[in-house]
Design a protein around this ligand. Structure first.
Ligand SMILES: *Cc1c(COP(=O)(O)O)cnc(C)c1O
Length: 381
């Protein structure tokens, strides 16, 4: 099956009792046994649930993988992946990763004797230099948040194999429509399904996909033992949302390209970061490994923090909100919203300036998005 067929059909067959084309929501905590020792494959919803099982099958197929394990959030999915490690293990991680993930690493998992070294993985040799005798995993986000750095997945996968390390990747910004990490033998793919996969700002969820049976069994064990499971209703909403993934992504990408070009020519804009622009430092890698360049744009305004705040307070169509990857265009000011915990020196060193703005370009008519940005930029001094 081709990609667009897989997203609509994979794992889904008519409900055996009624023929319903949309699978029912099995909103149940437990299942009655026919007799002692005899159930129909389900015993308790923390361990397994038919709606969740369908979602896991469907998302694994969309990713081109064998096994999917669904969690209550992107964060609990990353947490489950890290729990594959043991006290004393070391991880080489990207430096420009989702704020919640670095908080999990530095403030929680580090207390359980896992250690993390952060490097710019857009230069894969930085990873090699950071490998220690106790390194067990390489952790990469691509594109990164919010600086949209791109990592060469094939190159990092080779490094992981050479050093016998697990390679985990979070391509939430790319989605399986744009990037196919399993084709380069990545061990673990994590998505926050909150974003493009469900796509409608309706829910929080996550998935881990792997081709490795042993890792799959460990993750299933973690899922039932820790219990960070998504509700059947949220699984169902994700199953419905994902069916339009290719259509939405096409529009996200074409809208983002037009918005990036508009911003790139605007006198109040200092710099636009979009992997689709030829000036992006990893434009060639992005072009080679991704189908298109995605729906996320970051840009710096001329001026200081006030410029950013003025823009935020004057947009009308773009919603001033955290999160990304849904049908509505969202605008975020990392310094005052998502990255308030990062010390200023660290922030500036990473390129996260006071006037940096992140845009999750939605699927509205692109002329309306541009008109809104244009009028709000007009208010910036
Ligand atoms: C949102 C996000 C997460 C966390 O996912 P939640 O569903 O919010 O828990 C992790 N990684 C990336 C890249 C994200 O965008």
């Amino acid at each position: 099956m081709k990609f667009s067929t897989t997203v609509v059909r994979a794992g889904i067959s008519p409900d055996p009792t009624t023929g319903a084309i949309v699978p029912p929501i099995y909103e149940t905590a437990t299942y009655t046994l026919e007799e002692v020792g005899k159930n129909k494959g389900f015993d308790y919803t923390r361990s397994s649930n038919p709606t969740r099982a369908l979602l896991e099958k469907n998302l694994a197929a969309i990713e081109g993988g064998k096994y999917g394990v669904a969690f209550a959030s992107g964060m609990s999915s990353v947490d489950a992946v890290m729990r594959l490690l043991s006290a004393g293990d070391h991880v080489v991680s990207g430096d420009d990763i989702y704020g919640g993930v670095s908080r999990l690493f530095d403030r929680i998992l580090s207390r359980y004797e896992l250690s993390f070294t952060y490097v710019d993985t857009s230069q894969p040799e930085n990873i090699v230099k950071a490998i220690r005798p106790n390194t067990k995993m390489i952790w990469v986000e691509t594109p990164t948040n919010p600086l949209l750095k791109i990592t060469d997945v094939e190159a990092v996968s080779k490094i992981a194999k050479e050093h016998n390390l697990l390679f985990g990747i979070d391509p939430t910004f790319a989605t399986p429509y744009l990037l196919r990490p399993l084709e380069w033998d990545v061990d673990l793919v994590v998505h926050s399904t909150t974003k493009y996969l469900s796509g409608h700002n309706l829910l929080i969820g996550g998935i881990v996909i792997t081709n490795n049976q042993d890792l799959h069994e460990k993750l299933k064990f973690m899922q039932k033992s820790v219990g960070a499971v998504p509700s059947p209703f949220d699984c169902w909403l994700t199953l419905v949302g994902v069916k339009t993934l290719p259509l939405r992504m096409e529009r996200h990408c074409s809208n983002a390209m037009a918005v990036a070009q508009f911003l790139d020519n605007h006198p109040k804009v200092e710099k636009v970061i979009y992997p689709g622009l030829p000036g992006h430092p990893q434009h060639e890698v992005a072009r080679r490994q991704m189908k298109d360049f995605g729906g996320m744009i970051s840009f710096e305004l001329k001026g200081d923090i006030e410029s950013g705040i003025t823009l935020m307070n004057n947009v009308k169509l773009c919603s001033l909100a955290e999160s990304l990857g849904a049908v509505e265009t969202l605008i975020t000011h990392p310094v005052t919203m998502t990255h308030t915990e990062v010390p200023k020196e660290v922030r500036l060193k990473r390129g996260l300036t006071d006037s940096l703005v992140r845009l999750s370009v939605g699927i509205e008519d692109v002329e309306d998005i541009i008109a809104d940005l244009e009028q709000a930029l007009g208010k910036v001094k």
